[in-house]
Structure formats: C-alpha cells, structure tokens
Design a protein around this ligand. Sequence first.
Ligand code: NAP
Length: 481
Amino acid sequence: MLTLISQLIIAVTGFLAALLLMYGLKRMSSPATAASGIRVAGVGMLAAVIAAFLYCFNLDPAAQPHIWVNLGLAILAMAIGGSIAWWSGKTVKMTAMPQMVAIYNGMGGGAAAAIAAVELFGGRTNGTTELIVTLFGAMIGSLSLSGSIIAWAKLDGVLKAPLQFGGQQMLNLVVAAVTLVVGAAIVVAVAGGPALLPLPGLIALFFGCALVFGILMTLPIGGADMPVVISIYNAATGLAVGLEGYVLHNPALMIAGMVVGAAGTLLTVLMAQAMNRTIFNVLFKRFGATKGQKHSAIAGEEKPVEAGDAAIFMRYAKSVIIVPGYGLAVSQGQQKLYDFVKLLVAAKVSVKFAIHPVAGRMPGQMDVLLAEAGVPYDMIFQLADINDQFATTDVALIIGANDVVNPAARTDKSSPIFGMPILNADKAKKVYVVKRGQGKGYSGVVNGLFYEPEAFMVYGDASAVLGKMIEAVKGLGKAAA
Ligand code: NAP
C-alpha cells in the first residue's frame, strides 16, 4: 500500500522531473545554452526513473508477487540499454547523428508499444477509456518503431531511393483503416461482444497492421522531406509514451511523453513551414513529384580555381557570406573555417554565416558545428534573415553544401527539390564552392549554380582546402612585412 508520505515523495520527484525536463528543453532552444539544457533534461530523466522505482517499491507485495524479479529485470535492462546508449553516444560520428536520432526515436515508440502489449495481452486495462488509450498508444508507438527503422535505413544508405508504386496511397489508407477496425474489434471483444478471432489473435493482428502501416507510410518519403519525417516520429513517440504513462498511472511518464510530443510537434510544424510544405504533403506528396518528366539540362562547365587564389580574393572583398553544408560536417573543418574567418575579419571583411533549415543531415547540425568551433552567435543568420543580403554581397563561399543552394528548387518543376526554399547564394557577385569533386547532393541532382559564369570551384576536402586558404592569407601578411 502506498502510504501518504511515500505518495508525496513520489509526486514531488515526478514534479521535479517535469520541471527539469521543461527547463532543459527551454535551454536547448539556443545553441549557447543547449549543452547545459541536455544535462538538465538528463537529470530530469533520472528523477523520472527514480519516481518510477519509488512507486514500485511501495506497491503491495501481495498484489505484485513478482515485484522483486521485475525490478531486477528492469535494472538489468537499464544497465544493458544504458551501456549501449552511452557507447553509441560516445562513438557516433557527427554525420551519423540523424540515423542515431531516428533509431532512438523508434526505440521510444517501441518501448511504449511494449508497455501496451503487456497491458493488452495481460488483460490489465481498467475500463473502456483506458483500453482505448492503450490501443492508441500501441498503434502510434508501433508505427513510430517501424517507420523510424525505415527512416534510419534511408539515412544510413541501406535503402537507396524512395519506394513508390501505383495505388500506394490507397494501400496505406486501407492498412490504416484495417488497423482502426481491428482496434475497435478488440474494444468490442473485451466488452464481452462477439469476436472474429480469439482476443490474443486480434491483438497480434492489431500490432502487425500498425507496424506495416509505419513501414508503408515511410517507404515513399525521401529527399528534403526526411528531416520533417524524423521530427514527426519524434512527436509520435512522445505522444505514445504519454498515453502509456496515463495507462500506467505514472505522472512522470505522462509529462515526459507530452513534453517530447509537444516539442516534436512544434519542431515538425516549424520545419515544414521552413520547407514550404504542409505535413499532409510530406506524408502523401513527394517533393517536386513529377510523372516521368526529365530534369532540365544544364549548359556550361565547372571552372576550377586554386584555394589560395580564392582566399586572397576574399581577403580583399568587402563582404563574404559563408554557406556551410553537410560536407563541412564530413570533413570536420569547422575549426579551420573559423580560423579563416578570423583572418578575414582582422582584414576588415564583413563575414556572416547563412544557415539553411535542412543543411547537413539533422535540424540544427550546422549551428552546433559552428558553436563547437566558437563562432559568435551574432555572425550566424537563418535563411529568412539573410537571404536578401546575398544580392549586395561580394562573395558567397559555399562549403560542402549543395542542395540548399540549388536554384533548380526555384525554377525547375521537374526537380525533386522544386519548391524547397534555398539560400540565394547565386545572387552574390562571385561564388566560390568548396567540394571534393562533382558529387551530387543528398537529393541526387546536379546543381546548375556550379556552372554559372561567376561561380568557381575549389576542389578538395573542405578541411584541407581551408588549411590552404589560411596559409595563403597568412602568406600575404608575411610578404607585406
Ligand atoms: P548536400 O546537398 O548533401 O551536399 C553536400 C555536398 O558536400 C556534396 O555535394 C559533396 O560533394 C560535398 N562533400 C561531401 N564531403 C565533403 C568533404 N569532405 N569536403 C568537401 N565537400 C564535401 O548537403 P546540404 O547542401 O547541406 O543539403 C542537405 C541535404 O540533406 C538536403 O537535401 C536535405 O533535405 C537533406 N537532409 C537534411 C536533413 C536535416 O535535418 N538537415 C536530414 C536528412 C536529409 P562532393 O562529393 O563533390 O564532395
């Protein structure tokens, strides 16, 4: 039996967990405070776990005969899961973060679905409302699990292209409808009504349909929509966890789930807005989806220049806007980039960074990269705040970016990125592009900007090129002395 005092301790610990989670989330909204925000939220999670354990310790042993075995198993699972998470968090490469985020989203959804499975197969739900809530949590958790695994496979390159076939949307609709009908059949069967299948069979069918729905929903999505999809599953996982928190009467789980769900929903809406997309279009209409049209041909050729020449031109320019992209993260050249920028600033060049909402492979990746190198926040501008300034800027320096500056997004209806807002780097007076060769961007299309008369290519790994640029500018100083 829970005594009044132990109930109070559990409630206070749960409340503290909720406060810490929300405060941590607030701090994550700025790159300057994000790292401490993650630590605060981590302490919040610890408080939530402690609250859950306190709750278990106070249960009546007569009503919970396996309590000690279960607690032992929970501790073992936490030790194994925690060790794997610690190891993967320590060793993951910055460029593989999106895959990791996708798979951990899926784990959260899977955990919520597992709780629901225990409740449903064990016949432990209390009343129709609790049963319906459990079923919704099970469905959302299951589709988040299977959908996130497909998202992981796409981001990791295991699945190459979006899989599309005729009648796909109809099939998705049918599977979604069947899942809901089977869920309703479970409610009827539990209430003592007629059952088409024995209850465990119905429950297994329900989970199977939800898992298949998650796979089918994610398979056709690709390109610039992937960040939004990951964010949708993040929100869905939070919702599923919150619903299962309600079923378990665990306020800490409910609050943690709802905080994740609400934050994920906001992120989804903001990402979709930044990409000029509705959530409906992300899920049901591909970016630039065109039936059999050929991508527009590109005339001209790329013009290579030496890193040193480009650096010296920028040293004598009045203004430079830098567009970092995925390749900068691959090369880990952020520190050298900032060292180069410091040289330009010392020579009275106005330098700004322009960040596209989906640059790199995860939301905020470029902000984190630049923050890591110590770039001051007042040098960093988001797309809407800087796009008009390219036209009056001497040089746009594109480092390891491609899709986010591809003008085809504005003009070429047959391009898979048509409609995506881009950074107006092509409007600058001169454009330097640092990349290793003629590799395409994430969406797999050629970038016509690289063939423009005022665009020049500096071929090489971003970090190596920046090293040469630094040497060239420093060399100028030595020559003058
Ligand atoms: P991008 O379009 O993927 O282009 C990156 C470019 O970097 C490539 O063309 C590549 O060309 C170059 N590169 C690779 N390694 C390099 C290195 N070591 N040094 C120098 N250059 C290197 O990148 P982006 O412009 O940042 O656009 C992001 C794309 O990813 C968008 O299509 C977006 O939708 C998608 N996406 C974003 C997210 C997100 O949340 N941000 C998530 C999933 C997908 P070379 O091979 O010739 O070097």
